[in-house]
Write a protein that binds this ligand. Structure first.
Ligand code: GTP
Ligand code: MG
Length: 136
């Protein structure tokens, strides 16, 4: 099975949607959450995580938003979980995201789109090391 890195962004935590979102992940057959923590992310961690977007117009506001309050970082594990959590999340733009998806059900603003999930096996491996370096 696979592991993926999930972040419930500061908007999700502020709006009291932690349980709602984690519940959707938990209810998928066979998926588990081997690690989870509430944290406020520092700039260095965020720069490492979102480095691919450095220089884009939305990068600085994204950094500010992601550091604006606590987030929940968690590891989800299970069958095809990388693709699966991306499907639960829906597309980046919450207005384009279908109802039934996390972003489609709860989001309106592109930046404040509630959840991050690794987008490939390579990203998952890289991101899991950033947020859970001690995870076996
Ligand atoms: P993440 O799981 O957070 O990485 O989202 P994603 O993979 O769906 O999108 P991407 O990696 O392309 O962008 C990272 C984050 O930057 C997005 O989740 C948004 O919060 C923000 N973002 C991306 N594109 C835009 C944009 O065009 N405008 C704005 N304002 N924010 C954007
Ligand atoms: Mg991304």
């Amino acid at each position: 099975s696979q592991r993926t890195l999930v972040i419930l962004k500061p908007d999700a935590v502020r709006r009291g949607l932690i349980g709602e979102i984690i519940g959707r992940i938990e209810r998928k057959a066979g998926w588990t959450i081997p690690a989870m923590e509430l944290r406020t992310l520092d700039q260095e961690t965020l720069e490492t995580h979102y480095g691919e977007h450095k220089g884009k117009p939305f990068y600085e506001p994204l950094m500010g938003f992601m550091a604006s309050g606590p987030v929940v970082v968690l590891v989800a594990e299970g069958e095809r979980v990388i693709e699966g959590v991306r499907q639960l999340a829906g597309p980046t733009d919450p207005i384009a995201a279908a109802p039934g998806s996390i972003r489609g059900d709860f989001g309106t603003i592109v930046r404040e789109n509630l959840i991050h999930a690794s987008d490939s096996e390579e990203s998952a491996e890289r991101e899991l090391k950033i947020f859970f370096p001690g995870l076996v």
